[in-house]
Design a protein around this ligand. Structure first.
Ligand SMILES: [Zn+2]
Length: 557
């Protein structure tokens, strides 16, 4: 890369008498008004801005200075009186040629971007002053084109990922080069392809930044990068990035998880719970003792819900202690401990130590073994509010799982306040939302009746620059709740899974199906999105009288 000679600017060629003024102009600007930034001259530029220092200028790019005339490019019509003022300052005549708005933006951003630091602020369009609406791939490429060296290149990729609220960056070697993808709102998106020649060097630089062994590329490795980054014009924020590498056929693939340390959690009211679900959930949080279980796969947002809830109840009057593996975010007013098996700090050992520390509220990252389950449930029966997570598909599925690993069912039924199962659905982008008629085939899956279909406020995102053409922006929880009442307590103690599910379908409980329907009918998300995140079985309307398939007739636990 460094061996390519810098092209001689059009202005220098003109000065050397190699070309005419007209030829020089057509080198820097083609007939469509697109600039060739490589052929502009830095000296022309700095002289122009020196003369015009302190003057408010319209968007202009100095193209050439020839025979006492400044040739400027501008994407807007520059009024004659402004041209006159510029002429007075520069003591030259001034001619303006139209250039494309995009060329102007690229020129402006490449001049002003500071690649030595990571920034999460979105680029501003210098012409309108609004947030830049350019394509993500284009902005990333713009930064990359200016990067000198691999470290700047990586910082450019991270900046662009932060600006687009990505949670992960994937760098994958392919036969064509290094593919860069961002995960935004849970979905991976192609951003750019770095050329083959630098593909390996970028991965090596990333490994250096993450303190990994660069000599070893045959073993998966993991590491961390701690960096400061800039948020708008405020003080720097620190950020953790977890980097992992995996040897693959074309080289080494790297994934960077971005974990901004600024508090990313909202309030309970903004998680996406329906008013009814929220009301029930808040009564659980007000209890002095009992256990609340969160279930869902990785990436279902259960950790966010948990942290948001802990923050809501962590006041000066209570002692909140957690044992986690690993601690993902450091929360204020909460004592967080981390599992360290090598040092003998398991979930069970951590929980036992916490109980000697006079806790009021305890969060156990995950219940995986009998000892942890038993200790957690006993704690929940002796004056502590306990939060934990399990890996089950739905809320009802948590019951046999706890019974499998936990203590006596009588203790479980007494301790359990409720179960929240959740997934995340993308919200329709507010900037490009429009009314739509939903696809009848998809509606059939939800088994809605004609009246409901008529009543729905069906919307979809058309796709706009602000949501990067995806039609979605941001995510929220869609939840299923199992509220433990007397009947459910009986069923936990002495019932079958079939009886429990039948009871839930008869009662007016909050299921994935009802929550999802509420969201699509309110125009928060689309049927397609609901189908993407929820299994079809969760959306089926089970009639209460219908016999369950035989394999589901099992004892609870
Ligand atoms: Zn949009």
């Amino acid at each position: 890369m460094q061996t390519v000679p810098w092209p001689v600017s059009a202005w220098k060629q003109l000065k050397q008498g190699k070309i005419s003024c007209e030829a020089a102009l057509s080198l820097v600007r083609n007939d469509e008004g697109i600039l060739n930034l490589d052929l502009l001259d830095e000296e022309v530029c700095s002289r122009f801005f020196q003369y015009c220092q302190g003057q408010k200028l319209p968007p202009v790019v100095p193209l050439l200075l020839w025979q006492s005339c400044f040739y400027l490019g501008s994407p807007v019509d520059v009024p004659a009186e402004v041209l006159e003022t510029i002429g007075d300052r520069t003591l030259t005549t001034v001619k303006v040629l139209p250039i494309s708005a995009k060329s102007y933006r690229t020129w402006y951003h490449t001049r002003t971007a500071d690649l030595s630091r990571i920034t999460s602020s979105r680029l501003l369009d210098p012409i309108t002053g609004q947030q830049s609406t350019d394509d993500i791939g284009e902005t990333t490429e713009l930064f990359l084109s200016k990067a000198e060296g691999q470290i700047e290149r990586i910082k450019a990729i991270i900046s662009s990922a932060l600006q687009h609220q990505a949670s992960d960056i994937h760098l994958e070697p392919t036969l064509e080069g290094l593919r860069v993808r961002y995960r935004i709102d849970g979905v991976l998106r192609n951003i750019t392809l770095l050329p083959m020649e630098i593909s390996r060097r970028v991965i090596v630089a990333l490994k250096v930044m993450a303190n990994m062994d660069i000599a070893d590329s045959r073993r998966p490795q993991d590491g961390r990068i701690g960096e400061k980054y800039q948020v708008d014009n405020e003080a720097d924020q620190s950020m953790d990035m977890r980097v992992s590498t995996l040897p693959c056929v074309c080289g080494e693939k790297a994934v960077v998880r971005l974990l901004p340390r600024e508090n990313p959690f909202t309030t309970i009211d903004k998680l996406g719970f329906s008013p009814k679900a929220l009301k029930i959930y808040k009564t659980w949080l007000e209890q002095p003792q009992g256990i609340i279980v969160f279930t869902g796969p990785t990436g279902s947002g259960k950790t966010s819900t948990l942290y948001t809830s802990l923050q809501a109840i962590a006041t000066e009057h209570v002692n909140v202690v957690t044992v986690e593996d690993p601690v993902e975010y450091v929360l204020p007013c909460i004592t967080q401990t981390q599992v360290n098996e090598a040092a003998g700090m398991s979930f069970a050992a951590g929980l036992r130590s916490i109980l000697r520390q006079d806790p009021d509220i305890i969060m156990v990252g995950e219940v995986r073994d009998h000892e942890t389950a038993e200790t957690a449930i006993r704690a929940a029966l002796t004056g502590h509010l306990v939060f934990t997570t399990l890996h089950t598909n739905d809320a009802a599925g948590a019951i046999p799982r706890i019974k499998d690993i936990g203590p006596d069912p009588g203790l479980i039924s007494d301790a359990l306040l409720g179960v929240v199962a959740q997934r995340l659905v993308r919200r329709i982008c507010p900037h490009c939302a429009e009314p739509t008629q939903p696809n009848p085939e998809l509606l059939a899956i939800l088994q809605l009746d004609a009246a409901q279909i008529k009543k729905g406020n069906w919307r979809r995102g058309r796709g706009c620059p602000s949501c990067f053409q995806s039609g979605y922006s941001g995510r929220e929880a869609v939840v299923e709740m199992l509220e433990v009442d007397d009947r459910i307590r009986e069923l936990i103690y002495d019932g079958t899974m079939t009886q429990l599910r039948r009871h839930l379908s008869k009662s007016d409980s909050i299921s994935f199906r009802t929550s999802a329907i509420e969201k699509v009918m309110a125009g928060v998300t689309t049927v397609e999105e609901v189908l993407r995140v929820l299994p079809r079985s969760a959306l089926k309307l089970t009639s209460a009288g219908e016999p369950e398939p035989l394999h589901l007739v099992q004892r609870l636990g």
